[in-house]
Ligand binder design. Structure first.
Ligand code: ASP
Length: 411
């Protein structure tokens, strides 16, 4: 009997979590546990490195080809606007959920201040105001394409590939060969993604073993209420709001969606990186959820760096948590500022592990909270990052289906 890759990945994930729990119960310091963790780290890194290896050629070719095809069919304007409108709407909903949950449960009130102080002295957070952030964000958009490709700067690659795709279509027949070359390049990279995916069950098992075994239970418990509020509201957004939005617009059932999206969701959870997951996300929406390649090729790479529902929710919730912790009450206007900056911070965060922690400094500073306070969040970030990255990736996949629905209708 041949077990499908989808099922193998699920089995890998369950085994990884089981193994992680086993190691925790045996004691992570024992020699056997250390050896297992070493091997798990090795295998997990190889899997993530392979995904990152294929990421740059994949993003470049998929955006250029996708945009060229959309423009050829006069659809680029519609796709642009619907994509951006969906991204902003879904992140705004996520932020409102995060803020409401934190206001309701008020985690952080009465938490021991000693923990706060000892943590904050260890981290010298880089200060960054909204204006400075905007300056550096816009400065990072237009970059020498060779530098962007070499450094794996996904957003800059997306922008350059957009220009290239549009120029290719405007140039028409004259550049046909280059377009065909890019198309064939895309097919080739997707073939390599297929090979890498065969390793996914083992890679994911290894990553999850390490994730579970290296969690500090006492630390998590000490911030238990905050962890529960963040995970609960992230799950609410991912398991209820996004599927509901999808169903309302496209009538795609949540079950069908999850079956198709599972590989990408599990990979995002295990890697904590939307960018590393991108090859898997693209494969899932095209092969399992039947999104047209030119739409998927545009929405997914852009969404991987710009659309982060989980991150937006987290940034807002964490800012409020820190305010509670420091005994500062944020009024309505200040919470609106948090909404706005949390969205900008999520848009600006690259799709790599703990990126949201870096851009969160700006959210804290926008309402006068101490930037160093992220120190108390860093030790628990690996776990929370897993959840928010999965929801980030889910938002991109839902977005591509929504865009396809609207664009399809206009045909
Ligand atoms: N790890 C997240 C992602 O790749 C970004 C974040 O840290 O929130 O989507």
């Amino acid at each position: 009997m041949r077990v499908s890759l989808n099922t193998q990945i699920l089995l890998g994930a369950v085994t990884g979590i089981g193994l992680g729990l086993l190691l925790t119960s045996l004691g992570v310091d024992s020699i056997a546990s250390q050896r297992t963790l070493y091997v798990a780290g090795l295998l997990g890194n190889v899997f993530v490195d392979l995904l990152k290896m294929i990421l740059v050629p994949l993003v470049f070719t998929s955006i250029a080809v996708g945009v060229a095809n959309l423009r050829a069919h006069q659809q680029i304007h519609r796709v642009w606007t619907i994509t951006l409108a969906f991204f902003v709407l879904s992140m705004a909903i996520a932020i409102v959920i995060g803020l409401s949950a934190t206001n309701l449960f008020a985690p952080g009130k009465g938490l021991s201040l000693a923990l706060f102080q000892s943590g904050t002295t260890q981290v010298a957070a880089q200060h960054m105001t909204l204006a400075e952030f905007a300056l550096s964000f816009f400065h990072s958009l237009f970059v020498n394409p060779f530098a962007a490709l070499a450094q794996g700067n996904v957003l800059a690659i997306v922008i350059f590939a957009l220009f290239l795709g549009i120029a290719l279509v405007i140039g028409g027949e004259r550049y046909r060969n280059i377009l065909v070359l890019l198309q064939e390049g895309l097919e080739l990279t997707l073939r390599i993604v297929g090979w890498i995916m065969r390793l996914a069950p083992i890679g994911i098992m290894a990553l999850l073993t390490k994730l579970v075994a290296t969690q500090d239970a006492t630390l998590l418990a000490s911030m238990g209420k905050f962890v529960a509020v963040v995970i609960g509201s992230t799950l609410l957004h991912g398991a209820v709001v996004l599927p509901l939005l999808l169903w309302l617009v496209t009538r795609v059932s949540p079950l069908h969606f999850w079956r198709g999206a599972r590989e990408a969701l599990v990979t995002a959870f295990a890697t904590s990186s939307s960018s590393a997951t991108l090859p898997v996300t693209l494969r899932c929406v095209q092969q399992h959820l039947h999104v047209r390649p030119e739409i998927a090729g545009f929405v997914i790479p852009l969404g991987a760096t710009v659309n982060m529902d989980g991150t937006a929710l987290y940034e807002a919730a964490a800012a409020l948590f820190i305010a509670n912790h420091a005994g500062i009450d944020l009024n309505f206007i200040q919470q609106l500022i948090v909404c706005f900056t949390a969205m900008i911070a999520a848009i600006g965060a690259p799709g790599i592990p703990s990126a949201g922690m870096v851009t969160m400094v700006m959210v804290l500073q926008s309402v006068g909270l101490p930037a160093e306070a992220i120190a108390i969040l860093l030790p628990i970030d690996r776990l929370l990052d897993a959840f928010r990255t999965a929801v980030n990736v889910e938002g991109d996949m839902v977005g591509s289906l929504v865009v396809q629905k609207f664009v399809g209708r206009s045909d």
